[in-house]
Design a protein around this ligand. Structure first.
Ligand code: DUC
Ligand code: ZN
Length: 478
């Protein structure tokens, strides 16, 4: 039987399917893990799912999440690849890009090899890795990064702050130069390190250790400066960059200006900057620790500017920055735990999509097409996974989230699947929830039932998102 005449393995029938050109009332035929047909009245498949009254979106691509990452001061993050990807799929995400993190003194290749071993037996859904470059030695720059990029890890991440990770500007230029040569995306954690350290030293000396000083010791002025500096360094090298987890209106403004000048600058924001605020950290008890992350959520009035950035394309990627510490570990120092001892990061891989769907799509702020772009298509594009991932199109992987757009859900930690003991979104009510998740044609989550197995997820070798540059940056030609 010719390939076109074989029955479909699966037909998703009668849903509102979100295509790049807009939503359409069509069926989807899946064969051999891929989308084989899109159209009305497709012939019967071996399996059928009715999506009547539902919305079929591309499976989410979460391009910023932390899984099984190194302990901090003896405390471990809660999720390994098993619980983290389970939580992701129950929230409509079918691809993740976590970080293989090199710290000073470590070999990047060994870090990546170890990360592969952690992911392979446990991941429920597909993944690739970003490379955190914390020690840009000549070996890392000239041998390890080019080889790892050729092997499918085509994005590097640079920190401008944090002991053991931060690079100075010279080192940043070195990494950007390699990214340019290799056609990789360079991601930047853009906070001003000296500001954070200086303010923290002064607050601690003055015994100002309450949670609220976490926010003031990470000032938006520092984010704006570091964002501008990262953009400037990338401009010298003439290479694209992506500013991670933009929290501050002033940093978004720098990005907007850079884009207006035609620079290839991209940016990401996260749920914590739309749905949490500095006021949620400044609590009389330690419950505000649940919202402690960096950069911190900003005063509530700042949220409107982050919404504006997401809606006008200044911030084109919406990721979770899932970084799940146990609350009990966050407050292990007792009622007077100083803010500097609270591990930074919030869980959010399962709530990322429902929060945005509810406030964005159902709230009338964004179209379904925009939702698909910021949560799946654009991250897949910018990190070399497109068109395999991030889009409903013939030939793409059959990765979908089928949404009940009306379902009302009260977010409670007890309904989530991550391994941490809290969610900062406890008691928030959302409208719309992904009721079925499909990964490469397998139904892995359906109406509250998990039908996936750990280890079914695959490493996807990402393509280089940009052309390799053989010429030198023009400043070196002068
Ligand atoms: N900030 C990050 O940049 N990553 C993980 C956790 C956090 O708070
Ligand atoms: Zn992060």
């Amino acid at each position: 039987m010719s390939d076109e005449n074989r029955p479909f393995d699966l037909v998703i029938r009668g849903g509102t399917v979100v295509l790049p050109e807009g939503p359409s009332q069509i069926d989807i035929g899946v064969r051999d893990e891929r989308i084989a047909a899109l159209g009305a009245n497709l012939p019967a498949g071996r399996d059928e799912i009715s999506a009547a009254g539902r919305i079929v979106l591309p499976g989410g691509v979460d391009a910023h999440c932390h899984m099984d990452q190194q302990p901090w001061e003896g405390k471990s993050t809660a999720d390994d690849f098993q619980s983290g990807t389970l939580s992701a799929l129950c929230g409509g995400t079918t691809t993740i890009i976590p970080f293989a993190m090199q710290m000073r003194g470590q070999s990047l290749s060994e870090v990546v090899a170890d990360y592969h071993q952690r992911a392979l037996p446990k991941a429920h859904i597909d993944y690739t890795f970003h490379l955190i470059v914390g020690d840009p030695t000549q070996r890392t720059l000239e041998e390890e990064i080019p080889r790892l990029i050729a092997e499918g890890c085509t994005s590097v991440k640079i920190y401008l702050t944090y002991e053991g990770l931060k690079l100075d500007d010279y080192e940043v230029l070195e990494v950007l130069n390699v990214a340019r040569r290799e056609g990789a995306m360079a991601m930047v954690h853009a906070e001003n390190d000296a500001c954070i350290r200086w303010l923290t030293d002064h607050f601690l000396k003055a015994r100002k250790t309450h949670l609220r000083y976490h926010v003031v010791s990470h000032p938006t002025i520092g984010d704006r400066e570091a964002t501008f500096r990262a953009i400037s360094l990338a401009e010298v090298i003439e290479t694209p960059i992506l500013i991670c987890h933009v929290s501050a209106a002033s940093a978004a403004e720098e990005i907007r200006r850079a884009k207006a000048r035609g620079l290839p600058v991209y940016a990401e924001t996260c749920p914590q900057y739309l749905f949490l605020a500095a006021e949620d950290i400044d609590t009389p008890d330690l419950s505000g620790a649940m919202c402690v992350c960096t950069p911190p959520p900003r005063p509530r009035e700042n949220q409107a500017e982050i919404w504006r950035g997401l809606l006008d394309g200044t911030l084109e990627v919406f990721s979770s920055d899932h970084s799940p510490w146990h609350y009990r570990d966050k407050i292990a120092g007792g009622p007077d735990t100083p803010y500097t001892r609270i591990p930074n990061g919030v869980p959010g891989i399962e709530t990322r999509l429902p929060l945005l769907f509810s406030a964005g799509v159902n709230g009338g702020r964004m179209s379904l097409t925009q939702f698909a772009e910021v949560t799946a298509t654009t991250p897949a594009r910018l990190y070399g996974l497109f068109p395999k991932k991030g889009i409903i199109a013939i030939g793409s992987d059959a990765d979908f989230a089928i949404w009940d757009p009306k379902r009302e859900v009260t977010i409670r930690n007890s309904i989530l699947h991550h391994a941490t003991d809290h969610t900062p979104y406890e008691d928030m009510i959302v409208h719309g929830w992904p009721v079925t998740t499909i990964s490469r044609g397998d139904v892995i989550w359906n109406e509250g039932e998990v039908t996936s197995k750990p280890g079914r997820g695959r490493f996807i070798a990402a393509e280089r998102p940009f052309a390799r540059q053989t010429s030198l940056p023009s400043v070196l030609e002068s």
